[in-house]
Design a binder for this molecule. Structure first.
Ligand SMILES: [Zn+2]
Length: 249
């Protein structure tokens, strides 16, 4: 009898796993991430497989996450997931540059992720640099210029940065949909959802942000390229070119 119950239990778990892999929806993925973050905030992580099982391949990828490179924001911990469950693209300021959009296209097309999360965080160095508006040397100068601050920011310093972080995450989510025809089509067919969120360094909590989807009805904007850095924006390029030229002579 006990072996029968054990077999039935295994069958139920195998079926549930298969069902998730085949029928994962944006809502289901979002629920998993919300629950995982609640466990992280409560400091009660789920039991993880150990031994050889911890390296097990083939878990369905729940979501793609476009995450800031900040070492304090680790999506696998923040959402309390196992190896193989998140496809993570990390870039300072979680901007949607062409390499990031291309990476997410792969996740959507080949891994069939139903959910894309742009995860900003409070006290973000990239957003802070953009708010300051001072010249930033090197290629990072170009990156900081891609941070989208929005209009009408509050004047108080802390509130100003917080509002800019939120706007930047929402703008990147919108960019992912509008710059990629493929992502745009998946979103309009409701197979994929792109959402913005902000992580609190103080509490560990992820706040999910609403997104104005009105622009999604403007297909002419799909596939907008991100402007490439001009030579003037990349002063570090000149010494390299000069060195190359001198070598040729
Ligand atoms: Zn950051």
């Amino acid at each position: 009898m006990r072996s029968l119950i054990t077999a039935a239990t295994i069958l139920v778990f195998v079926s549930l796993g298969a069902a998730y892999a085949q029928d994962a929806t944006p809502t289901e993925s979002l629920r998993r991430l919300r629950e995982g973050n609640a466990r992280f905030v409560a400091d009660r992580p789920a039991a993880r497989p150990t031994g050889a099982d911890r390296l097990k391949q083939g878990r369905p990828v729940i979501a793609a996450v476009v995450n800031c490179s900040d070492a304090r924001v680790v999506p696998e911990l923040v959402f309390d997931v196992s190896l193989g469950e998140l496809y993570v693209v990390r870039i300072e300021g979680n901007i949607a540059d062409p390499a990031v959009v291309g990476s997410v296209e792969y996740a959507v097309e080949s891994l069939r992720v139903p959910l894309v999360v742009v995860l900003g965080h409070d006290s973000c160095g990239a957003v802070s640099a953009a708010v300051d508006g001072k010249p930033v040397p090197g290629d990072r100068g170009w990156l900081i210029k891609q941070v989208k601050l929005g209009d009408k920011l509050p004047t108080e310093k802390e509130a100003r940065l917080a509002a800019a972080v939120r706007h930047n995450a929402q703008a990147a989510a919108k960019d992912l949909e509008l710059r990629s025809k493929m992502i745009y089509e998946e979103v309009t067919q409701k197979k994929v959802r792109v959402v913005a969120a902000v992580y609190s360094l103080k509490t560990g909590q992820v706040e999910w942000l609403g997104k104005d989807s009105k622009e999604l009805s403007a297909p002419s904007k799909v596939g907008q390229p991100l402007p490439a850095p001009s030579l003037a924006e990349r002063p570090a390029l000149f010494p390299r070119l000069r060195a190359l030229f001198q070598r040729w002579r």
